[in-house]
Write a protein that binds this ligand. Sequence first.
Ligand SMILES: [Zn+2]
Length: 297
Amino acid sequence: MKTIIFSLVFLLFTLLSFGQTERSAENNLPFKMEELTSPDFIKAVEKSGGTCIIPLGIMEKHGAHLPLGTDMIDVREITFRAAKQEYVIIFPPFYFGQIYEAKHQPGTMAYSPELVWNILEETCDELNRNGITKIILVNGHGGNNSLLPYFCQSRLAKHKGYAVYLFQSEESGEFREKVRQLRKTTTGGHADEEETSMMLAHRPDLVHLDRAAEQSGEDLNRIDLPYTYTGIWWYAKYPNHYAGDGSYASEELGNLILDHDAGQLVKMIRSVKADKTVMELQNEFYQKSAKPLKTEQ
Ligand SMILES: [Zn+2]
């Protein structure tokens, strides 16, 4: 009798603990794509509503004090903070983008325009082949600011089974004021006080604050042409590929910026997951654009 009771209790315990493992495996589904198993990837696609973020970084000089992958490391941190609040799949490290203006600096990976385009396009296409229908681009690199809206618009050139959404954070006057109160410098733009603070907030081991004043991040302003854009504009201003002064960075400022962006990204992920309109309109557009003469006037 004792043996039977013991066996029953053992069986019950085994069933309960098995159930628990199953549930916790469900709840602890990793959001980093590279950490998912193949069967769990199916669950992740379902849990995310077919939504995947590609955080876009780059390999480029960041003054003498921040790592080459700063943009990639920081933008991934923002997406991690957001994914902890709203589940979404996050694509592995991605460092292909527009960075020709820093080709003269050591460590810059400036791939050809064709490769930059194709790898982004094929990554989106491959995600779609794997069940992803909503792709969120979160950009961490200023040099991509013209490329990415153009990439989004080009999704209308040919039929695609997915929609691309580009994250665009907004800074309220209140937020800018909080930043202004914490900041000690007034100029910047690259590897500056804000960017150095972000890295300090989550990867202080990669920041060499003592080297931040080794080079000049001053604006040389060597071209002065009215109403004109040229590709050399950034180099004309900042030949050291450094704009501002990172030596005044603080962890507090870094967390303020990272959490601000992550908070807006959470709201975006939620609305993108619920969105049906973009894909519906995109499909309607594909149909009509194939036969423009049939479009009602
Ligand atoms: Zn940067």
